[in-house]
Design a protein around this ligand. Structure first.
Ligand code: BGC
Length: 250
């Protein structure tokens, strides 16, 4: 029997969602996307989440990702979002705006990670696995024998006196007009630092760049762990959000 739950991915530029087929770990219908309002306040974004969910006439449980720390449904940080999110009970806010439907909220990289561990590049992998999403910021999901340690926030490690995501994210590559080689060197330094701390068996690299792994993965040297691109690419967040909503609050 196929089981569907709705997943929504809140990002700095877009809010996208679709019903997810949890048997296949894929979208059950083509996703719907709306642009993130600027400023991306809780109220404005909540309206967009409602729009995405209602586009499908969905009335069951909803899982939602957020690009910051989330504990017990409360958004705690907002590095690349409006600071008004800090301290908001986002799960309750969205549930109220969605007419009382149950809503589960989790970190965006954690969502992508649980999806990859079940349906993608981390399938069947034990030991320590770290998924890193390289995008506007750097998100992380840390697993030990398939169990998630939520909100690891490895994107904010210090790298040469800087917040790591300001050096090694895709935004840093674009803002600095860096060549693939230059950027790969920074990613290598970053991975070496994460490896020093956690000695993972596997790194999974997600985010938009996971579609062009040949541009930078061959340039990365001296990392002991295996490094592979994510497989679910830009639907991982939506799928992981739906998985979290099925399982209850992580
Ligand atoms: C946030 C993380 C998030 C990552 C990717 C970082 O700036 O602190 O919570 O997972 O960006 O969106």
């Amino acid at each position: 029997m196929s089981m569907e739950i709705f997943g929504v991915d809140i990002g700095g530029s877009g809010i996208k969602g679709a019903p997810v087929d949890l048997e296949r770990g894929d979208l059950a219908q083509e996703r719907h996307k709306v642009l993130t309002p600027q400023p991306a306040t809780p109220d404005g974004v909540a309206g967009c989440v409602v729009e995405v969910v209602e586009h499908f006439g969905w009335d069951g449980p909803v899982g939602v990702t957020f690009p910051g720390v989330v504990t017990g449904g409360v958004t705690r940080t907002a590095a690349n979002m409006d600071k008004a999110w800090i301290g908001v009970d986002t799960a309750s806010l969205l549930s109220a705006r969605l007419g009382g439907r149950p809503v589960t909220v989790l970190n965006d990289a954690d969502a992508a990670g649980v999806a990859e561990m079940t349906y993608g590049a981390g399938r069947g992998r034990s030991g320590t696995v770290i998924l890193l999403t390289l995008g506007t910021g750097i998100g992380s999901a840390l697993f030990t024998d398939g169990h998630l340690v939520p909100n690891s926030e490895l994107g904010h490690l210090e790298l040469k006196g800087h917040d790591a995501e300001t050096r090694a994210s895709v935004k840093a590559k674009e803002d600095g007009d860096l060549t693939w080689g230059h950027w790969a060197h920074r990613v290598q330094k970053y991975l070496a630092h994460v490896e020093m701390l956690f000695s993972p068996d596997l790194f999974i690299i997600g985010g938009g760049v996971s579609r062009k792994p040949e541009k930078f993965l061959p340039l990365i040297e001296g990392i002991r762990a295996e490094i592979v691109p994510a497989e679910l690419q830009n639907n991982a967040g939506i799928v992981g959000a739906a998985m979290a909503a099925r399982g209850g609050t992580p």
